[in-house]
Design a protein around this ligand. Structure first.
Ligand SMILES: Nc1ncnc2c1ncn2[C@@H]1O[C@H](COP(=O)(O)OP(=O)(O)OP(=O)(O)O)[C@@H](O)[C@H]1O
Ligand SMILES: [Mg+2]
Length: 221
């Protein structure tokens, strides 16, 4: 599903070598925890897997699509169809309802009629147990509810790969565990590969594999 070969990423303007010689593969359907101290390169690597950022040298291939030499419009389209992202601070749009936030990836993709959008959104809102909050705005939700909306939005277009950056970092540990289990189960149902950047032992506990970064390098744990 994911092949990363000899990847390097620097921010020359700030003389930061963010990732050095990164090589790994991830099989379809696996849940992988990306761990390591603050500043080690976890978010950088997730952004690269999402096609939001690019590497300086090396290869990144996801689902047969090479990202390292792809044009920006190819990356954008790849992301719209195959990637779902869950952010630490949820990143919901405040002026849109829960329903509208979750529908967004389908609108951005285009080509879906109102009925199919309704069906897909209602189905995933049921799965995260928020069908009774469809018309609420994000400011009217609890933190755990906001994160469940963010999960619904990441999964509504049935991506092959879900990337989550500290998805439970802003929740109490009990809510975090519940949400993590929900995310993992939904991904399992769809056969979705899940990569989570985290500091949390609870996340590491539910992972099939752990990738450990230190100062931009993969270390064997
Ligand atoms: N746009 C940028 N310009 C310059 N340096 C950057 C940029 N983005 C990230 N960095 C640097 O790259 C390194 C890796 O950052 P990254 O955000 O990937 O760390 P992280 O492992 O996600 O940390 P945390 O656990 O704190 O979220 C850091 O030293 C950071 O300062
Ligand atoms: Mg980070």
């Amino acid at each position: 599903m994911i092949t990363v070969n000899n990847a390097h990423k620097s921010y020359p303007s700030h003389q930061v070598q963010a990732l050095t010689n990164i090589t790994f593969t991830i099989d379809t359907g696996k849940t992988v925890a990306l761990v390591g101290p603050s500043g080690c390169g976890k978010s950088t690597l997730l952004n690269i897997l999402a096609g939001i950022d690019t590497i300086d040298s090396g290869e990144v291939v996801i689902k047969g699509q090479a990202l390292h030499n792809a044009k920006p419009e190819t990356l954008t389209q790849f992301r719209q169809y195959h990637i779902g992202v869950v952010f630490q601070f949820f990143n919901l749009l405040e002026s849109l309802t829960v329903f509208e936030n979750v529908a967004l990836p389908l609108h951005i993709q285009g080509g879906h009629n109102a009925t199919s959008i309704n069906n897909a959104v209602n189905q995933i809102l049921k799965a995260v147990e928020l069908d009774n909050r469809a018309n609420f705005y994000p400011s009217q939700l609890s933190g755990g509810q906001m994160q469940r909306v963010a999960i619904a939005r990441a999964l509504v277009h049935q991506p092959a790969l879900v990337l989550a950056d500290e998805p439970t970092g802003n929740l109490d540990s009990k809510t975090g565990k519940t949400i993590l289990t929900l995310l993992k189960n939904l991904c399992a149902q769809q056969g979705t590969t899940l990569v989570l950047a985290t500091h949390s032992d609870a996340v590491i506990a539910i992972a099939d594999e752990v990738l450990r970064l230190d100062d931009g390098r993969l270390v064997t744990s």
